[in-house]
Design a protein around this ligand. Structure first.
Ligand SMILES: [Fe+2]
Length: 393
């Protein structure tokens, strides 16, 4: 950790049972008269989007767009931005998982910059013109933490990569966390997205840009995952568990948005771009092996994490020199339980990845920004080795 750090979390948070009822008021406070609602076809079909539209009975909606695919692309973002202009919208409400929220961020970026192609805006913090576009994020999964981050990941199908956009202008104005938005999330997706949250917190706590504030957010996120992820998986309708996981996702998102992630995310993004492995699944498969790779230089951080991963009793009983290994063991144990409960893949083989793609995955991973802040230097051979171990033969 360097002596200097920055930390920002300007997003106003409305969290709790019935929080969705605040949406119309929040839009009024943002002076939004004709919001564009972004979501996906599944959420429209199962009624989740309807709960949001119910809360907007008194609002004149500009446009509802529900055609966002699982891995949204630059073309989708460009198309929605055009519709935003055509329908005279003046703000965005995004209802969905990471893909919907990141798409909304891309649209906001385009509109605020007066541009019509997201490819023009590649790079970090390179934005000059700025028009504030009000943006409310309503996550329907508890995992990506996109509602609390300055990051958007958008697929570039031509290059077969996932492109990262990073800017403070991507932070939502308001995030609404309501347990009823995630109550129908199937156990398998609850598990996968929950492991993404855990991964954000662990990588934020151990990467080179960590700082005291991101540590505090990450530690609290890990405690919530420890206490509530299995409950949310086994008792999906538990409002307590769903809200706790939504809070964990927000906390971990804010942590890594102000710290960074590391090798697990670098390889995970590459596996997503090259082999189309779902992000949460990739995190589940890679996290323990990534921790083992970093253990050599992260022993102190992982030892501290044992307190949050296993609780004070186990922490105190474990000799200091064994705490880092025990922390990795706790992550493995949680992952294996989720695997038994939901069938979540724990190897790349189970996820259908062809080992012939490893060289391409490694090449893409080494170009990901997250490798720069990983606590241990990441080489091509190291990525190949991690992939081979994770393949699971
Ligand atoms: Fe992630």
């Amino acid at each position: 950790m360097t002596g200097y750090f920055e930390f920002a979390n300007p997003t106003r948070l409305c969290a709790g049972k019935g929080a969705i009822g605040n949406l119309a008021y929040e839009l009024k406070m943002l002076q939004v008269m004709r919001p564009m609602i972004l979501s996906d076809a599944v959420l429209a079909k199962i009624g989740t989007l309807h709960m949001v539209l119910d809360a907007l009975r008194e609002v004149r909606i500009g446009r509802i767009f529900t055609d966002i695919p699982r891995d949204s692309s630059i073309e989708t973002v460009n198309r929605i931005a055009q519709e935003y202009r055509d329908y005279g919208c003046d703000g965005i409400v995004a209802v969905g998982g990471g893909s919907v929220l990141d798409t909304a961020k891309g649209v906001r970026l385009l509109i605020s910059q007066g541009d019509d192609n997201l490819l023009d805006l590649m790079g970090c913090e390179c934005l000059t013109k700025e028009t504030h576009i009000p943006f409310v994020a309503i996550p329907t999964t508890a995992g990506t933490g996109s509602e609390a981050t300055s990051v958007a990941v958008i697929r570039n199908p031509e290059l077969n990569i996932k492109m990262e956009y990073i800017s403070q202008q991507l932070m939502p104005d308001v995030a609404i966390l309501d347990p009823k938005m995630t109550k129908t999330l199937p156990p398998r997706i609850t598990a996968s997205t929950g492991m993404d949250t855990l991964c954000h917190a662990i990588e934020a706590f151990s990467c080179l840009q960590k700082n005291p504030l991101s540590d505090a957010y990450a530690a609290q996120a890990i405690e919530l995952v420890r206490d509530y992820l299995l409950k949310a998986v086994c008792h999906g309708y538990s409002k307590e568990a769903r809200l706790a996981m939504a809070n964990a996702s927000f906390l971990a998102g804010a942590a890594f948005s102000n710290s960074m992630v590391g090798v697990v995310h670098a390889i995970g993004h590459a596996l997503g771009g090259v082999c189309h492995v779902a992000h949460g699944d990739a995190m589940t498969i890679l996290l323990p092996t990534g921790m083992l790779f970093n253990r050599k230089v992260c022993k102190k951080e992982y030892a501290k994490l044992l307190l949050y991963l296993a609780g004070p009793e186990i922490y105190v009983k474990t000799p200091e020199e064994k705490r880092a290994d025990r922390a990795i063991h706790e992550v493995l144990a949680l992952r294996n339980r989720l695997h038994r409960l939901t069938g979540l893949p724990v190897t790349l083989k189970e996820a259908g990845v062809d080992p012939a793609s490893f060289p391409e995955v490694a090449k893409v991973a080494l170009n990901d920004g997250a490798v720069i802040v990983n606590p241990r230097q990441v080489t091509y051979d190291a990525v190949i080795r991690i992939l081979e171990v994770c393949y699971g033969d």
